[in-house]
Design a protein around this ligand. Structure first.
Ligand SMILES: Cc1ncc(COP(=O)(O)O)c(C=O)c1O
Length: 126
């Protein structure tokens, strides 16, 4: 599981965020990189490794797949609420304290100068 449309994709299984490593198929997106850095700073565990469809389906069946979202410049974070695989439909649970919401707010607050940019992401365009 690598990309969703023109976004990198993230999966939250229990309290760990998974995303595929960049490759000749996976864009080294700036939002993906920012999310990984932001999560490391927030103490959210991120595993960058190949993510198999079977693993995600299994996690969904066990109720351990808590969130899925795409990441890209336009939307920052775009939540995926449901998916289907081989005719089986899965709906993700409503999650309080969602990682997606924390990440979106954290990154857009830095963009809008509502929060300190301790990562050095922002700079003046002359
Ligand atoms: C194939 C693909 N993946 C991921 C992304 C997201 O990249 P970024 O976060 O740099 O916008 C894009 C952006 O256009 C894309 O085209």
């Amino acid at each position: 599981m690598e990309e969703a449309g023109v976004m990198n994709v993230f999966f939250r299984v229990n309290d760990t965020l998974l995303t595929a490593p960049v490759s000749d198929r996976i864009l080294d997106g700036v939002t993906r990189k920012s999310i990984i850095q932001f999560c490391e700073d927030q103490g959210i565990n991120v595993e960058v490794r190949p993510v198999r469809v079977t693993e995600i389906v299994e996690a969904a069946r066990k109720g351990e797949l808590l969130e899925m979202f795409g990441a890209g410049t336009a939307a920052v974070v775009s939540v995926i609420n449901a998916f289907s695989n081989k005719g089986e439909n899965f709906e993700l649970p409503k999650t309080e304290n969602s990682f997606a919401a924390t990440i979106k707010k954290g990154i857009t607050d830095i963009q809008r100068k509502k929060a300190e940019d301790k990562f050095g992401w922002t700079y003046k365009v002359k």
